[in-house]
Design a protein around this ligand. Structure first.
Ligand code: ADP
Length: 283
């Protein structure tokens, strides 16, 4: 159940129950070898108090989307809103303020999220100093909730991979962000540890955070409230409450899943509108 809420996060305020929205989001990378169109007009919504899985093969645009949502990178075109703030209109220093106050980010590799010489508690205190939460953080409660209560004096290399990722999530939520974005956070964990981290992500969503998680992990996809499937930089389908819906973009384009595409080797189709439905057959 999504909660009706409107909350302040520094300069970022949730609109109704949507933490973030993208409309027509485009990302183009320019390199010596040419242009890469990584995102080709993404429309997506990320509700508060929910876990959204972003799924897709390697190169489909998951990280590009997450980095833009997390205000770590800018879109080439289109709109991305976190809370009430339209990110594309902001200067880098304003983006940084939103990133600190309103958004948490968790990298795939546990060690990339942590500083080797800081204890668990020092990580949280440092994160709180940088992020400057509106209310005094309750470190004890957070550490207990994330199963790190008995490790508060431990250094990262004394923690397991799962514990390191929990600490990364603890840092990400220390300022009560609207949105936490995580790029394949369970990829380097065994299935039991991944399950533990997933239940923590669920509890954080239960506290009102919008969690957006790029993943290949079938357990995360199954347990998420919603899944967005990307292919070739476009949203191919959205899954919600056990239903997967193909997405028709603003220009009427729809992606045919790879299994269906094999029926059309010459890439031509006969399309008929009949009986209130659409029929697509090989010629
Ligand atoms: P995913 O996370 O699904 O693997 P990415 O968003 O990382 O997808 O990449 C999407 C496409 O953009 C890929 O073709 C990738 O090679 C390209 N890409 C990503 N980052 C850069 C970059 N910094 N410079 C050039 N191309 C990039």
């Amino acid at each position: 159940m999504l909660r009706e809420r409107s909350r302040e996060r520094g300069n970022v305020t949730a609109t109704g129950d949507l933490a973030a929205t993208c409309r027509g989001l485009v990302k183009i990378y320019w390199s010596a070898t040419g242009e890469v169109h990584a995102l080709k007009g993404i429309d997506a919504e990320f509700p508060s108090a929910s876990l959204t899985a972003v799924v897709g093969p390697s190169g489909s645009g998951k990280s590009s989307l997450l980095r833009i949502l997390a205000a770590l990178d800018r879109a080439t075109a289109g709109m991305v809103r976190v809370g009430r703030r339209e990110l594309s209109a902001l200067r880098w220093d304003q983006l940084q303020r939103i990133r600190r106050r309103g958004i948490g980010y968790v990298f795939q590799r546990p060690s990339d999220n942590l500083i080797p010489y800081l204890t668990v508690e020092a990580h949280l205190r440092t994160a709180a100093r940088i992020r400057r939460p509106l209310r005094r953080p309750r470190f004890d409660e957070l550490l207990e909730m994330l199963g790190l209560g008995r490790h508060r004096d431990a250094l990262p290399h004394h923690l397991s991979g799962g514990e390191q990722q929990r600490l990364a999530f603890a840092q990400a939520v220390v300022a009560d962000p609207l949105l936490v974005v995580a790029d394949e956070p369970t990829a380097e964990l065994d299935s039991e540890t991944a399950w533990g981290l997933l239940s923590i992500m669920r509890s954080l969503a239960g506290r009102g955070v919008a969690l957006v998680v790029a993943t290949h992990d079938p357990t995360v996809i199954r347990e998420a409230d919603r899944a967005i499937y990307l292919r070739h930089g476009a949203v191919e389908a959205e899954a919600r409450e056990d239903r997967t819906l193909s997405v028709i973009d603003a220009d009427g384009r729809i992606q045919i899943p790879p299994a269906g595409l094999r029926l059309f080797p010459d890439r031509r189709a006969v399309i008929r509108v009949e009986d209130g439905g659409l029929r697509i057959d090989p010629p």
